[in-house]
Design a protein around this ligand. Structure first.
Ligand code: PMP
Length: 427
């Protein structure tokens, strides 16, 4: 689609920019303080889980199968919490470890363990020279932060509509033994909302890595976070691995951060039995047993996958109108202008927006100037370097519908103004 600003004669473009500047000045004069930066549930959403807090009291019997809640023991997590996590991920509870409240911390612990102690009996990465990690981009900045923090080289891989560019992934993983991992969010990817296709999942399962200590970090953070009526199926990676006859390739993660309370949910990891033995050993060094009150409360409150799905339908009723508002405001304001595209997710927490080349930083800066905070431009790329400076992550869940609508109106003005100015500057 042609960029409308490019089709304008110079005088018309000038007039348009003056009018958009006027609209921006009007917004500025309102001294807004809005925020579309945070991938957090709204207060209405976290309130859904408050009844969980009433489920444990001083008279509750603190026993869970063969696990004791109020003392050490059950290093892999309480039986009920492991069963719940296993149902959420669709794997065998025997291979699940529930630990702590943050899946990101579990990922950090395992990358660090590869660095300091090695994976599957291989030399620790710190002794192996340069180590690389594949980063589908746009992707999740905190993933990229873990590997960057350890001095691992983050290598961007383009994200497509079905998942990462698998030709590139396969070529790099199968030819370069310094590639030790890849970050994946297979369902409602952060920030594109992409659900990996069966073909992509199968190609992951069939990888023959050059490095024996390569693992796929399959962060299924949004596995139950669809907000439409129909489910969006994701092929189970462990079924695909079995079909392909592959073992010891994938670590899968999940948490209830965006099911119950971010920061106070339960987090879990699963992998092959052999990999799990290594993961257990590594975690045993760091703690005697995990925190179990939260596990106990979560299992009592959510019960099983049906319970989780029912709870997530209540989230969906709150979240879906916000995503619908993003879609309607962007299509009304920018549709047909030929300056931008955006994703239309059916789950997860983000919309990924692509503006003209060289626009993202300027749009985010102008938005801040107009009183609306966005995730910093470039955050969705390793080292904050978006090569074309086009991507902006929109996080619509936290603000109220009213605030979100106001923020999106400002966004439309900012995108138009920056796009029009870019055309004029390039003439
Ligand atoms: N993974 C992804 C893809 C996320 O988007 C988030 C939260 N923004 C997390 C992990 C963090 O989860 P947790 O709170 O369990 O560490």
């Amino acid at each position: 689609m042609a960029n409308v600003f490019e089709d304008m004669a110079p005088e018309e473009l000038d007039r348009t920019i003056v009018e958009l500047e006027r609209q921006a000045d009007e917004v500025r004069a309102r001294h807004l303080r809005l925020d579309m930066a945070r991938g957090k549930p709204s207060p209405e959403q976290t309130a859904l889980s408050k009844p969980m807090l009433d489920l444990i009291g001083s008279t509750t019997e603190l026993v869970d199968g063969d696990g004791v809640v109020d003392n050490y023991g059950s290093p892999d997590g309480l039986p009920s919490a492991r069963a719940l996590a296993a149902e959420i991920l669709g794997v065998d509870a025997e291979n699940v470890l529930v630990n702590g409240s943050s899946s990101l911390s579990l990922m950090h612990a395992l990358v660090t363990s590869g660095f300091t102690n090695g994976v599957a009996g291989n030399k620790p990465w710190y002794q192996q020279g340069k180590v690389k990690w594949l980063c589908p981009a746009p992707g999740y900045d905190r993933h990229f932060g873990i590997t960057a923090h350890l001095g691992i080289e983050n290598v961007p891989v383009p994200m497509g509509e079905e998942g990462p560019d698998m030709d590139m992934v396969q070529r790099l993983v199968e030819s370069d033994p310094s590639v030790k991992g890849i970050w994946c969010v297979p369902k409602y990817s952060n920030p594109t909302g992409v659900v990996y296709s069966d073909r992509v999942v199968r190609r992951f399962a069939m990888l023959k890595p050059a490095a024996p200590d390569f693992r796929v970090y399959w962060d299924n953070a949004y596995v139950v976070h669809g907000f439409m009526d129909e489910e969006d199926p994701l092929l189970n990676i462990f079924d695909a691995l079995e079909e392909a006859g592959t073992t010891d390739l994938v670590y899968e993660f999940g948490s209830t951060a965006k099911v119950t309370f971010p920061g106070s949910g339960i987090a879990f990891v699963t992998a092959s039995p052999q990999d799990m033995a290594e993961i257990r050993k590594s975690f045993q060094v760091a703690r005697v047993s995990p925190e179990k009150f939260s596990q106990f409360a979560h299992a009592r409150y959510l019960k099983d996958l049906d319970g989780v799905r029912a709870h997530m339908r209540r989230h969906a009723a709150i979240v879906r109108p916000r995503f619908e508002l993003v879609e309607s405001k962007l299509s009304e304001g920018l549709g047909g202008l030929g300056v931008a595209t955006w994703t239309h997710p059916r789950g997860g927490y983000f919309v990924s927006f692509e503006g003209p080349e060289g626009s993202a930083r300027r749009i985010v800066k102008l938005m801040a100037d107009l009183g609306v905070k966005l995730t910093s431009a470039g955050a969705t790329w390793p080292y904050g370097r978006d090569p074309k400076d086009t991507n902006i992550r929109i996080a619509p869940t936290y603000p109220s519908l009213e605030e979100l609508g106001a923020a999106l109106d400002v966004f439309v003005v900012a995108v138009k103004l920056v796009s029009a100015k870019l055309v004029r500057e390039q003439r």
